[in-house]
Design a protein around this ligand. Structure first.
Ligand code: AKG
Ligand code: FE2
Length: 326
């Protein structure tokens, strides 16, 4: 029987859709671009005498070598958005392959089952390269980009305008098979029905559900996925990710989409139409236009020194603290 994406999404707050993407066509180009970035980092940071040897290493070993060099904000070179604190030197991983993924029709067609035909790309997007947890420094254990992701709702990372009614859908994309063992996401069952609950500052300034201890009493579900699958998440689903206890890397990306016309929750970062019944509304058609939008946004953000902020705690009083809404 055909999967009813909308029905499952509304019932569970998430939907896993099998075999949407093709590894060779849709995902491998991004990994190849990451390998290219990595080689550039080797040229820049590895002492001359070791360069040849390190360039010959596998993706995993090369990355681990770079981590050991303590390069500041290494993950930012592979992240698909500007960092939270921005300056003139800030860079991010903006390849043609990423732009292609954001515009991928196979993804947009699935997202349209939830958001309808008028869809914009939302600039709240991340890539996450997670080494085995034992290789991660203590200070990064709870940094969601490289270690465990704390319990949160995605609506919690938008500004007030975005929180007010933007229908944000997260599209989580694994580049490696993701299981409990290597740090898949976990979700609190039916938590999307709670609406936005209170968040507070977590590790490294990221958001975290206030009163998260209460989650121990609730039913949770593991969101495991294979390469090629995508998982769409409701902005109110309470979720986190587990530590990577395996010996291998766990790589994923999370893109976001919202209904066109709604606030991105992260202005002035680029939000642009990716799907519409009226093709004239699709104005960003090539990679260079997309990069130009990010550059323009960066220039706007440099004087204030930040790209996005979220109000924390989300609510001043405790009415919407998790223990008070369940
Ligand atoms: O992959 C992860 O660790 C967390 C992803 C997540 O929270 C999201 O995609 O919204
Ligand atoms: Fe999330």
């Amino acid at each position: 029987m055909a999967q009813n994406i909308r029905k499952e999404f509304e019932k569970n707050g998430f939907v896993r859709i099998r075999n949407v993407l093709d590894y060779k066509l849709d995902l491998e180009p991004i990994l190849n671009d990451m390998a290219f970035i990595m080689n550039r980092l080797v040229h820049r940071f590895v002492p001359k005498k070791d360069k040849k040897r390190v360039l010959g290493l596998s993706f995993k070993k090369k990355y681990s070598h770079l981590v050991k060099l303590n390069i500041p904000e290494l993950d930012q070179y592979f992240n698909i958005r500007l960092p939270q604190n921005v300056n003139v030197d800030s860079d991010f991983f903006a390849s043609q392959s990423i732009f292609n993924l954001i515009k991928n029709n196979k993804i947009l067609e699935k997202v349209s089952k939830i958001l309808g035909q008028e869809i914009s790309s939302n600039p709240c997007q991340n890539s996450r390269i997670k080494q085995p947890e034992k290789a991660i420094s203590k200070k990064n254990l709870h940094d969601g980009l490289v270690g465990r992701t704390p319990w949160h709702q995605d609506a919690g990372v938008m500004n007030k305008k975005g929180q007010k009614g933007t229908e944000l859908v997260t599209c989580w994309i694994p580049f490696t098979k993701t299981r409990i063992e290597n740090g898949c996401m976990m979700a609190v069952k039916e938590s999307h029905k709670l609406g936005l609950v209170n968040h507070d500052t977590g590790s490294k300034g990221q958001v975290e559900i206030k009163g998260k201890e209460k989650i121990d009493d609730l039913k949770t579900i593991a969101l495991e996925a294979n390469v090629g699958d995508i998982i769409l998440l409701s902005r109110y689903l309470i979720h986190c990710s587990l530590p990577n206890k395996s010996k291998n890397f766990r790589i994923s990306m999370d893109l976001r989409f919202n209904k066109t016309g709604q606030h991105s929750g992260r202005d002035p970062l680029p939000s642009f139409v990716v799907k519409s019944k009226n093709r004239k509304k699709i104005k960003v058609n090539n990679y260079k236009q997309w990069i130009a939008m990010w550059e323009e946004a960066k220039n706007k953000c440099i004087p204030r020194k930040w790209t996005y902020k979220y109000p924390l705690p989300t609510f001043k009083n405790s009415k919407r603290d998790l223990p008070n809404v369940i």
